[in-house]
Design a protein around this ligand. Structure first.
Ligand SMILES: *Cc1c(COP(=O)(O)O)cnc(C)c1O
Length: 420
């Protein structure tokens, strides 16, 4: 459920008409709905009622300070993958004691900073990282809380680029090797074993892989208990999918029920790292049609060139991500036809959607839906295109939570060679 709805024929974000936002802040821009994010967080949290849990929003899905601040105020923790994300969370008012740090290649300086602020847990992805973490923690006189990210070897049945739980992926350690690694970690004075972690992929629309993964991890926890290695939390990662088109992802309630019985009698806290499901449908990319390039005949391709491009929203170009594209003010005075919605970038892969039935004219506004997750965070300045503004609507008020970059911003720090 989201708060993007048509009123009097015009698409609104909560109480604000999108043309008003385009007028005031320019296009392209991302528009988020605060009420939608808050609703998604609450629904997820309430689904887990009765299970001891922590929700750690995956910052890589949307790292805007306004978004993180809103979630922090709702009580969310955070899953980070870099020191940059750590600083974002702290700036937004997030609690370091609710941060888990994932990622296969944490640098020394990143680990030092995370130890300094006192995060909840390092999700360690290799033996080499265990050793590195132990050495750094001892050097700075701290004990690092750790989970091992294990690879439960389940097929998440999602796009290969976002499936992460198979043996062949770079992530985590083979669950068969995990016991030996935990035994090693238990002997490292700089480490304190806290949990077991897994994350099997993203945009999952089926429940069975989650249940299989949790079962396998619980079996590992039991084997560890026999060695007197006590685990106090199980981090099940993120990955719950959303509806972009016609997917039927399980509800947060079904997702919780899917594993509730497995953990019911255990003294175990569950950590969740949802990203997409909290913010994906809470954002749109607002773009304007620059011009139309209809084909010679009706069978040719017809191009609608818009002012947003693959650098602003990479998912279609990167993994054929499908986003619904709608007219902000649908018109009845023009014939609909199948438009290729493309950006101005010099790449054939620069498209936002293929063959979309829309009635369009130059200067029309379009909303690319479900763009709240992995939208702005994946944006680049390719073709020297400044990154776009981000607007968060809260009721009747649109807040500019990130100003549009300028070309001067793009050139900051660059210079010519000093010629003699
Ligand atoms: C990407 C990622 C997430 C979030 O995934 P979603 O599909 O957005 O829920 C959570 N945990 C880890 C370790 C990740 O890499």
């Amino acid at each position: 459920m989201d708060y993007f709805e048509y009123r009097d024929g015009v698409l609104c974000a909560e109480g604000v008409a999108l043309p008003e936002i385009a007028e005031r802040f320019g296009t392209p821009c991302y528009v988020y709905s605060a009420a939608t994010i808050a609703r998604h967080y609450r629904v997820f949290d309430e689904a887990l009622a009765g299970i001891d849990h922590e929700i750690c929003f995956a910052v890589k899905a949307n790292g805007n300070i306004g978004v993180l601040g809103l979630l922090a105020d709702l009580g969310s923790g955070f899953d980070i993958v870099s020191v940059g994300e750590l600083e974002r969370v702290i700036t937004a008012g997030g609690d370091p004691a609710k941060i888990v740090f994932s990622g296969v290649g944490k640098r020394v300086d990143e680990i030092e900073r995370a130890l300094e602020v006192g995060i909840a847990c390092f999700n360690v992805e290799s033996e080499a990282e265990l050793e590195r973490l132990d050495a750094i923690a001892q050097r700075v006189g701290k004990t690092a809380p750790v989970s091992l990210r294990v690879n439960p070897d389940v097929d998440a049945q999602t796009h290969p680029y976002i499936a992460t739980g198979l043996k062949e992926n770079k992530f985590g350690v083979d669950i068969a090797r995990a016991e030996a690694l935990y035994a090693r970690a238990a002997e490292m004075p700089g480490l304190m074993i806290r949990g077991v972690d897994c994350h099997i992929g993203s945009q999952l629309t089926q429940l069975a892989p989650f249940r299989d993964a949790v079962k396998r991890v619980l079996a590992l926890i039991d084997r560890l208990a026999e060695r007197d290695i006590v685990i106090d939390h199980l981090d099940v990662g993120g990955g719950l999918g959303i509806r972009y088109r016609d997917e039927t992802p399980p509800s947060p309630a079904a997702y919780a029920e899917n594993i509730r019985d497995l953990v019911a009698d255990r003294d175990l806290k569950l950590v969740f790292e949802p990203g997409r499901v909290l913010v994906g449908n809470a954002g749109v990319l607002l773009t304007r049609v620059e011009l139309l390039k209809p084909g010679q005949s009706e069978d040719d391709k017809h191009f609608a060139v818009v002012d947003a491009a693959m650098n602003d929203l990479l998912r279609p170009a990167l993994y054929d991500g499908w986003h619904e594209i709608v007219a902000v003010a649908p018109r009845g005075d023009t014939q609909a036809r199948a438009w290729e919605i493309v950006g101005p970038i010099c790449e054939t892969g620069d498209f936002l959607g293929h063959g979309r039935e829309l009635a369009l004219a130059a200067n029309d506004l379009l909303a690319v839906r479900s763009a709240g997750a992995y939208g702005f965070t994946m944006a680049s300045s390719y073709n020297a295109r400044p990154r776009v503004a981000e607007i968060m609507v809260d009721g009747d008020i649109p807040h500019e939570v990130r100003a549009r970059e300028t070309v001067a911003d793009l050139m900051r720090g660059e210079k010519r060679l000093p010629f003699v």
